[in-house]
Write a protein that binds this ligand. Structure first.
Ligand code: MN
Length: 754
């Protein structure tokens, strides 16, 4: 393995502010020396105590970025922005300060560059990369922001060796996936090639070194034949009366590498790495020169491309062909005019320098904006005006926003956080209670802006409402909300219908439960053309079937009621009383009925209190039941109760388990409960607003000891924050489990709170 070669592009040493001005001068760019000097001095003071990773004073970086921009022939606003591009991010300066010192235009540009820098690209897939690129372009508003960002990235890539290996990889792959495609789209092929070769060097050092060594070796052998080919080409063109500049060069490393990879060819078989460039004075000569090339050397079939007649989307124009020398060496020849060459190298930067209007393929929507630029360019003569007119909206119909995980999503303009929630997940939409955008709470109807970071908040009790339909613009969100509303409406109608029917039946002293199982009910369904009881309830709930009609069908046309359907008065309170031989006995009165209070779900081991209620027997509470303490009671009606000795009985207890919202929690929980030989009667999980989870579970336990052991087991699970015993029957208070060891069972009584 060969030693690592030098990076493909290194910064010029000791570039100063004077060099920046010299570049502007050399390119005959108009500029205001006093203005740029004051910008430079300000920048120098702001970054005075900062250093780059290389140990050099920080000012080297903004100076070099400005130098690149001046070298690319951009205007002085670009250069000023290049100098200032890091002051908002890395120093205490604010946008208003820049505004007052240097004007709104520069302040806006610097602000734009800073914002792009804050948007972190998380690698996902090609679709994500494309969305991110669009977002960068769209959020810039002014294309000069992109130009400065590209120059910034170029200098950072040139000095990447000073970064940690991890940072090198991250920055290099971001360059390859985001910034080099953007420069390609802007037609800046020189910047693109530099960015790619640098990224290639840092990302795949071994392959770079191998390719570089191979090309160096080949060039050594090819040197003489290349000079001969060059001379032949010059002579042939002269003989044909074509004036042209001819040069040859090795193609870009990364583009060679990519091509080898694409064709599945090993580096040792590399042959297509050379390109001759023929630059002519006018369009006619390009085609004439092309003819001369094909007369002298044998072309490789299928390798001829006419990008003059059919420009690339970024307006690149040139003739390409690959021919074989008499020694068997293939080489590519690119033929184009001087203007086309400038456009090929510099992209949009070149467009205002020549007035000649270039043809472009108007059918490609991707270059719509570029065509707008060109159309516009024909009307405007002043290049400075041209650049300030780059304030165009590249993607006027879309906004690009981030999820907390760093994914980028495209939305139509006007989309709201609610649209975002439904895009991520239907359930997230349904339970959306609010949104944080860039860390701030916003109303759900607030339209999203480019680059927003959107975090959706949910609430356990949240559900969609009809007015949500007015808050969303995406069809996905709209249809999900509609669907939910329809289902919900059915569910509500069903519950209402069922209640109405049951109420009417009870008035007639009919048992709804028995009625549903009766042949009459079946007949009713059939006569209405329905299959399920639920459908009947829905119809009644909607009012489509009058309840009177349903009842008439059920009790028969003659108005008589089948005796088998008759039941006694409904005594719900009695249903709740435990039968004889239940778990609790009243001292000395073993034939009195007692029931366990629903508010505290006592289990054997809990201290008990009994209270004689009016007409509902004895209600038994846990001694520390808060409901009990909060009520006034009549001491005369207190009664001592105790647990009956029944070894086989189990008691339901409701537990609330607070967890970090971690996957696999339910499975672990179930396992622990099973290990303690307890059964699960009921299970429900909900997420709190803080992102934690609360799992409600009703387990069966034999006694307090059993319960305490179970709670300790659950408490020991990783991810469990707290276990508490939850009041049954809808009461709100919670008691921490496992707190008291049990003594004997002696009770006091209280008013039944239920
Ligand atoms: Mn920078």
């Amino acid at each position: 393995m060969s030693k690592m070669p030098k990076p493909p592009l290194r910064p010029r040493k000791n570039v100063t502010f004077e060099d920046v001005l010299a570049r502007l001068e050399a390119h005959e760019r108009p500029y205001d020396r006093a203005f740029l000097s004051s910008v430079y001095e300000f920048t120098e003071v702001m970054h005075r105590n900062q250093r780059r990773r290389s140990g050099q004073p920080y000012i080297i970086h903004p100076t070099y970025v400005a130098y690149i921009l001046a070298d690319l022939k951009f205007d002085q606003m670009c250069v000023a922005t290049g100098l200032l591009h890091d002051v908002l991010e890395d120093t205490l300066t604010t946008k208003p300060v820049l505004e007052s010192k240097f004007g709104t235009e520069v302040a806006e540009l610097v602000d734009g560059v800073t914002k792009i820098g804050r948007q972190e690209y998380v690698r996902r897939d090609e679709a994500q990369a494309e969305t991110f690129r669009k977002m960068i372009l769209a959020s810039a508003r002014d294309l000069r922001v992109i130009l400065v960002k590209l120059a910034d990235r170029l200098h950072n890539m040139m000095t990447l060796e000073h970064m940690s290996p991890e940072a090198r990889r991250r920055i290099a792959s971001e360059t390859l996936e985001i910034y080099s495609p953007i420069s390609l789209r802007l037609g800046m092929s020189k910047v693109q090639g530099d960015l790619e070769d640098l990224a290639f060097y840092f990302l795949y050092p071994r392959q770079f070194a191998e390719l570089e060594a191979k090309i160096r070796q080949k060039m050594k052998f090819a040197k003489n034949s290349l000079q001969r080919l060059n001379a032949e080409l010059v002579q042939s063109l002269e003989q044909a009366g074509i004036e042209a500049d001819i040069s040859y060069r090795v193609k870009r490393y990364y583009s060679i590498y990519r091509k080898l990879r694409r064709q599945g060819v090993d580096i040792s078989q590399l042959y297509d790495y050379l390109a001759f460039r023929v630059i002519t004075g006018n369009l006619t000569d390009t085609y004439a020169a092309f003819g001369v090339v094909h007369q002298n050397w044998r072309p490789i079939p299928g390798r001829f491309k006419d990008y003059i007649a059919m420009p690339k989307p970024n307006l690149y124009q040139s003739l390409h062909t690959t021919v074989i020398s008499d020694k068997g060496q293939p080489f590519e020849v690119q033929i184009r005019t001087r203007e086309m060459d400038l456009v090929a190298e510099e992209g949009i930067a070149a467009h205002w320098q020549y007035k000649e209007q270039r043809a472009s393929d108007p059918s490609d929507p991707n270059i719509l904006w570029l065509r707008q630029l060109l159309d516009w360019q024909t009307e405007v003569k002043d290049p400075r005006e041209f650049l300030s007119a780059l304030k165009i909206d590249l993607y006027p119909d879309e906004v690009y926003v981030f999820s907390p995980k760093g994914d980028v999503y495209a939305f139509p303009r006007g989309a709201t956080p609610l649209d975002f929630a439904y895009r991520i997940h239907t359930e997230l939409g349904h339970r959306c209670s609010g949104a944080r955008v860039n860390g701030k709470l916003v109303p759900l109807k607030k339209p999203l802006c480019n680059g927003d970071l959107v975090d959706i908040l949910t609430g356990p009790g949240r559900k969609p409402s009809r007015d949500w339909l007015n808050l969303v613009v995406t069809s996905r969100a709209r249809s999900k909300i509609r669907h939910w509303l329809n289902v919900e409406q059915k569910r509500e109608s069903e519950a209402i219908g069922k209640r109405i029917l049951e109420r009417e039946l009870k008035k007639l002293r009919l048992s709804p439960r028995k009625m549903v199982d009766s042949p009459r009910f079946r007949e009713l369904l059939e006569s209405e053309g329905l299959g399920q009881a639920e459908e009947l309830y829905q119809r009644i709930g909607y009012g489509k079937i009058p309840v009177k009609r349903a009842i008439e069908r059920l009790i028969g046309e003659d108005g008589t009621i089948s005796t088998s359907l008759e039941v006694g008065p409904i005594r719900r309170a009695v249903d709740r009383l435990l039968p004889f031989g239940g778990p609790v006995t009243v001292k000395g009165e073993s034939d009195l009925m007692a029931s366990l209070a629903k508010c505290c779900d006592p289990v054997p081991g809990d201290l008990l209190v009994g209270y004689v209620t009016r007409g509902r027997g004895i209600s038994v509470h846990a001694e520390d039941c808060t409901n009990l303490k909060n009520l006034n009671f009549d001491p005369e009606r207190l009664i001592e109760v105790e647990w009956a000795r029944r070894a086989d009985a189990v008691y339901p207890v409701s537990l609330a388990i607070e967890t970090e919202d971690s996957a696999g929690m339910l499975a672990r929980l179930t396992e622990v409960i099973a290990k303690e030989s307890s059964n699960i009667r009921h299970f429900e999980a909900e997420a709190t607003e803080t992102g934690r989870g609360v799992i409600g579970v009703v387990v069966e336990v034999r006694n307090r000891k059993h319960l305490d052991r179970l709670c300790r087991g659950i408490d020991a699970l990783p991810g469990v924050l707290q276990v508490s015993r939850r009041a049954g029957g809808g009461a709100k208070q919670r008691r921490k489990a496992g707190r008291t060891e049990l003594g004997h069972q002696r009770g006091r009584l209280d008013e039944d709170p239920s």
